[in-house]
Design a protein around this ligand. Structure first.
Ligand code: MRU
Length: 339
């Protein structure tokens, strides 16, 4: 069983989040009893990764039900906009709000919302397993995979998307060597992916982000598999900053480049990646140096948290609904909404 980042504690009626800011040095948990606590945890990256923040926000809506329907309506915009790029966040909040609005009695509100949030969590776990199984079929018996950021159990309800494919490959008897880009500035690759994979005994090698080209040229990798935060109808997609560069490098070196994501990450309301809002995070994440020092204060910092990879670089999208190959037109697929 892979690590779980988001859990509901039925005894206390609180949301329990593994604090990802401290990993792997400290394994600590945050216990949220109100929606503001969940908003802060999402903003501060205590919980992060597109599916995981959607799931956390869904439980945030359960916590808001203490204030009745008005409380739920009031919490929805705060939770949905805690971070702007991952579509899973507004997707989950809207789904919870619709449920709340269609619930007749106020006394029913909390149990109904709790059931819905649990369903979102379980569906995400099931989607990861399903897409992992589909994705592993793309890998050979003995292979190496480069991934970026953390698209693993910690970023989801469990098991992971990109790292779920790696897990599924091993479960299917394949021998997979995992390379992980450290993912400056917050180091989700080095701190989080490396931790969760090493805990399960995977063969893990961490590289600095700037080493990816040399890795492909000198050692070779068989596939790049990343997660996604929002996938537009034409297949352009946002993911952690550095993904776009990896896609270009993969093309140059003839390495297949895949994005793995559940259907909740697809945003067919956006025709292309042009409309994706890219979060810019505080300077401090870049300004602070590993030795505790700081960049000179008169030096500017630009800190976009995500970039958009054009669809033309993606060999396939790995989703629980199937493995999609170009040309991409997700607007033709039913059952999706969102904004
Ligand atoms: O800023 P983060 O850590 O939330 O960024 C996360 C990513 O970019 C992940 O690759 C993405 O959310 C997919 S998680 C399955």
């Amino acid at each position: 069983m892979s690590v779980r980042a988001v859990e509901w504690d039925p005894e206390s009626g609180r949301l329990v989040l593994l604090d990802q800011r401290r990993l792997p040095s400290k394994v600590e948990w945050i216990r949220c009893g109100d929606p503001e606590c969940v908003v802060r945890a999402i903003e501060d990256l205590a919980v992060r990764g597109a599916p995981a923040i959607g799931i956390a926000a869904a439980f945030g809506m359960v916590l808001a039900a203490r204030g009745g329907l008005e409380g739920v309506k009031g919490a929805a915009p705060r939770l949905a906009s805690a971070r702007p790029t991952a579509v899973n966040l507004p997707w989950a909040v809207e789904r919870m709000l619709e449920k709340a609005l269609s619930t007749p009695g106020e006394e029913e509100l909390r149990p109904v919302l709790l059931e819905e949030a649990r369903r979102i969590l379980e569906e995400d776990r099931a989607a990861n397993r399903a897409l992992g199984f589909l994705g592993q079929a793309l890998l050979s018996e003995k292979c190496s995979v480069l991934s970026h950021c953390n698209a693993g159990a910690l970023a989801t309800g469990g098991y992971g998307t990109a790292l779920g494919v790696v897990r599924a490959a091993r479960e299917n008897g394949k021998e997979v060597k995992v390379y992980l880009g450290e993912t400056r500035p917050v180091l989700q690759g080095a701190r989080l992916s490396a931790w969760e994979m090493a805990e399960e005994g995977f063969d893990v090698t961490v590289i600095c982000d700037s080493m990816a080209a040399a890795l492909m040229k000198n050692r070779g990798v068989d596939a790049v598999i990343v997660g996604a935060d929002r996938i537009a109808a034409n297949g352009d997609f946002a993911n952690k900053i550095g993904t776009y560069g990896l896609a270009i490098l993969a093309r140059e070196h003839g390495v297949p480049f895949y994005a793995a994501a559940p259907w909740s990450t697809f945003d067919t309301s956006l025709p292309t990646g042009e409309g994706i809002v890219i979060e810019e995070r505080p300077d401090e994440e870049v300004r602070l140096l590993p030795d505790g020092g700081r960049l000179p204060e008169n030096v500017k910092v630009w800190n976009p948290a995500f970039d958009v990879t054009p669809a033309r670089y993606v060999k396939a999208f790995i989703c629980e609904k199937g493995v999609f190959e170009p040309p991409y037109d997700f607007s033709a697929l039913n059952g999706k909404k969102t904004k």
